[in-house]
Design a protein around this ligand. Structure first.
Ligand code: 5GP
Ligand code: ZN
Length: 113
């Protein structure tokens, strides 16, 4: 399902032009508009789910994790990478179409902000 006014649905279905880093029939990855690291790519399901809480399909969840590893390979994030899923407002989620951030290319701090 696609949500009319969702920016990531528009990216996933080609309504907004975007270079895909990775694509399958269910998943797409593209670089973040406002990168927080030299490598900052978003991995999303093509179907609209507002948050991680709304995805119960374990196959899709597994495929999203495998996509993370593929994108890390494609981006040559060989020294390591951080994955983040902001879920709901308090966690800092701004785009309510579930996505996984993959950040790499610089040392990451802990604890995160
Ligand atoms: P959130 O805070 O929801 O976890 O992350 C949303 C991310 O989406 C942010 O890092 C933001 O820069 C990115 N973003 C928002 N709008 C667009 C867009 O139109 N294109 C791309 N490529 N990234 C976007
Ligand atoms: Zn959407």
């Amino acid at each position: 399902m696609i949500k009319e006014d969702c920016i990531f649905c528009k990216i996933a279905n080609g309504q907004i032009p975007c270079n895909f880093v990775y694509e399958t029939d269910e998943i797409v990855a593209f670089d973040d508009l406002n990168p927080q690291a030299p490598i900052h790519t978003l991995i999303i399901p093509k179907m609209h789910f507002e948050t991680l809480e709304d995805i119960n399909d374990i196959k899709l969840l597994g495929k999203l994790m495998l996509a993370v590893k593929e994108v890390a390979k494609i981006k040559n994030a060989k020294n390591g990478y951080r994955t983040i899923i902001n879920t709901k407002k308090e966690a800092g989620q701004e785009v309510f179409h579930m996505h996984i951030h993959l950040l790499a290319g610089r040392p990451m701090l802990w604890p995160p902000g």
